[in-house]
Write a protein that binds this ligand. Structure first.
Ligand SMILES: C[S@@+](CC[C@H](N)C(=O)[O-])C[C@H]1O[C@@H](n2cnc3c(N)ncnc32)[C@H](O)[C@@H]1O
Length: 281
């Protein structure tokens, strides 16, 4: 989908329209925490072709399209149709003509070899089931010298939660599930694992920038009912125990998390993340 509307810098932005209200909250807070690492570091140049892999509702594509100006083209790729439809409405609303949308699996996008100057992916690499194929496709379309910036949360993510979960499993006599929990914890990325995936696809590692932030909740009951936790994390947490044990395990976990919160006046979870930069030599 190409957009052809001219962007007039003197046109006022009217916040009293329904579209302005709809799009004001343009990205999940979770995405923002990691995406800022990309915005802090990507090269900003006019005239680039930028690929945003796993763009979701496309906030990063829109930022880069606006920050790099009309001569730059941003190609947003995602297989999630509803999200891409929302991105298309945002592109219309903003009047951008330098954003292309590809509703496709990123392992199979239809782009020429060596045609892209910059590849970004915010929280994509940790979510792609076919990561190896996606990275190979990225390498194919990257021009020599093209840079790639990917963010991910890291092992160590929400360790305060997992420490309580481990104790609860032991208390309930679910010793086998402790091993399943450890493997769930360690399925997350490390800088070394991302580096080796990028190098296997042919990229050269340049550097990694790390950060850590806190997610605060009044207690475990609030945590387990939070929309984004239910969307992004709860299903994986529940898979650690067999279905007949899920209810009692999570009742005990909630009680235990609430006790921890009462001792500390709140429940605080630490989330380490990284932005890994690589280059096609
Ligand atoms: C955690 S979301 C991140 C979305 C967005 N980058 C952000 O910062 O909010 C991961 C995205 O990757 C997309 N995705 C997962 N596998 C994909 C694939 N093979 N090809 C294209 N997109 C994929 C999902 O549809 C989802 O939108």
């Amino acid at each position: 989908m190409e957009r052809n509307r001219e962007l007039n810098h003197s046109a006022p932005v009217n916040h009293r329209t329904s579209a302005a209200g709809e799009f004001y909250d343009e990205l999940p807070l979770w995405s923002a925490r990691f995406g800022q690492l990309i915005l802090d570091q990507v090269p900003l140049r006019s005239g680039m072709t930028i690929l945003d892999i796993g763009a979701g509702t496309g906030w990063l594509s829109l930022e880069l399209a606006q920050r790099c100006g009309a001569e730059t083209t941003v190609i947003a790729v995602d297989s999630w149709e509803d999200a891409m439809q929302r991105l298309a409405r945002k592109v219309d609303h903003l009047g951008l003509r330098n954003v292309r949308l590809l509703v496709q699996d990123a392992a199979a996008f239809d782009l020429p070899d060596a045609s892209v100057d910059l590849i970004v992916s915010n929280l994509g690499i940790n979510n792609f089931e076919n990561r190896e194929a996606v990275l190979q496709a990225c390498f194919r379309v990257a021009r020599p010298g093209a840079e790639l910036f990917v963010t991910t949360n890291l092992v160590g993510h929400m360790r305060e939660f997992y420490d309580v979960y481990r104790d609860v499993l032991r208390e309930l006599g679910l010793a086998d599930q402790v091993a399943a929990l450890e493997s769930h914890i360690h399925h997350r990325a490390t800088i070394d694992s991302v580096r080796s995936q990028l190098e296997s696809a042919g990229f050269q590692f340049v550097r990694a920038a790390t950060h850590s932030f806190r997610e605060r909740f009044v207690d475990g009951s609030a945590l387990l009912r939070h929309y984004f936790i239910r969307l992004g994390f709860l299903p994986g947490w529940k898979e650690v125990v067999p279905s007949p044990d899920v209810e009692r395990t999570f009742a005990a976990l909630e009680r235990r998390l609430n006790r921890v919160a009462a001792e500390h006046s709140e429940l605080t979870l630490t989330v380490p993340g990284a932005c890994i930069q690589a280059r096609r030599g």
